[in-house]
Every structure is written in C-alpha cells, then in structure tokens.
Design a protein around this ligand. Sequence first.
Ligand code: IMP
Ligand code: MG
Length: 181
Amino acid sequence: MDRPEDSGRLRVLISEAQIVQRVEELAARIDAEAPPDADFVVVGVLKGGVFFFTDLVKRLKTPVRIDFFQTSSYGSGKSAGEIRIKRDIELSIRGKDVLLVEDIVDTGWTLRTILDLFRFRGARSVRLCALLDKHEARETEVPIDYCGFRIGKEFVVGYGLDFNERYRNLPYIAVVEDGHA
Ligand code: IMP
Ligand code: MG
C-alpha cells in the first residue's frame, strides 16, 4: 500500500463533511451580501484553490463570470514578498466586483499582490474568500472577507493543497506528520 493515508504520515485536520458544510455556509453568505447590481468575476487562484473554487461557485446563486490566476514565488521567495505572475486573467475587471478564491493565506504576500493589482486595474470591489487562514504566519496584512477555517502553522495538504505536487486530490485537509523539509 503506497497511498499516503495508509502509511500513517497524514493526520486528518478537517474532514470532507466539514468542508462541504463550510462551503455551503460561505456561498450562502456571499449571496446574501452581494449588492443587487453585483457584477461578479470570481477568480480562482491556481492550482491550490481549484477544488474549493469549483465547489463554491456551484453553490452560488448570484450570476458570475469565472477566471483563473496563477502565481509563484521567486526562488525560495517567502521573505522577499516578490510574487511572479504565471497566468493572468483573461477577463476585464474594470468596474466589476471581483471575488478572489484561494486555498490558504500564509504569509499573505500572494494575496496582497493580487489584491493590489486588481484594485489598480479598476475593479469596483475586490473581496477575498480563503478556505484556510494560517493567521500566525502572516507577514503582511490581508483582509479575508470570507474565511473557511483558521488553522495553526502546520503544513497542510489535500483538497487542492500540495506537498511537492502530491496529495492535491485528497477530499479532506490533512497535516503532514513527518515534516516536509
Ligand atoms: P503566501 O503568499 O505565503 O500567503 O502563500 C500562499 C501560498 O503558499 C498558498 O497559495 C499555497 O500554495 C502555499 N502554502 C502556504 N501554506 C501551505 C500549506 O500548509 N500547504 C500547502 N501549501 C501552502
Ligand atoms: Mg496557492
């Protein structure tokens, strides 16, 4: 057996049922708080946010357009706060209500960069929906309008999140027990 969940290296932190319930609650709140003239562009941040994005968008009753954005850090990257754009959105967001959907906010540099860029481009509003908030790791302030779960500093995988591109397809969020160096 070579599946990670059989080897005892993963500990479930947030179950599939918990995720499903929370996604429903978040979608209901986003709908409830959408202005009557909302012109939504929901932007999924690849790759980690993709499962959360599709589950969430399917639950929304407010009409939306969808698009995707992908970033990476320069080198080890974390401290510099320099974020490279790997894939830009295709749609114009001028005058639109952007809802950014991301897997996890860690240092905050990725979302800080995207939020600033989208505001600069003339979006009417830019709001952030993140499944996970690793609050203690924050280096730059990022307002999370819709947050799924607040977690500790542990490295997590599953439901889109990876460790060296593995574990993304787990239907739950798990902690990697034996480190990830
Ligand atoms: P930030 O720019 O430091 O906020 O980093 C955000 C990105 O780092 C996320 O979109 C993830 O791709 C990645 N990341 C941060 N923490 C974790 C984790 O615990 N597991 C997997 N990826 C993570
Ligand atoms: Mg990511």
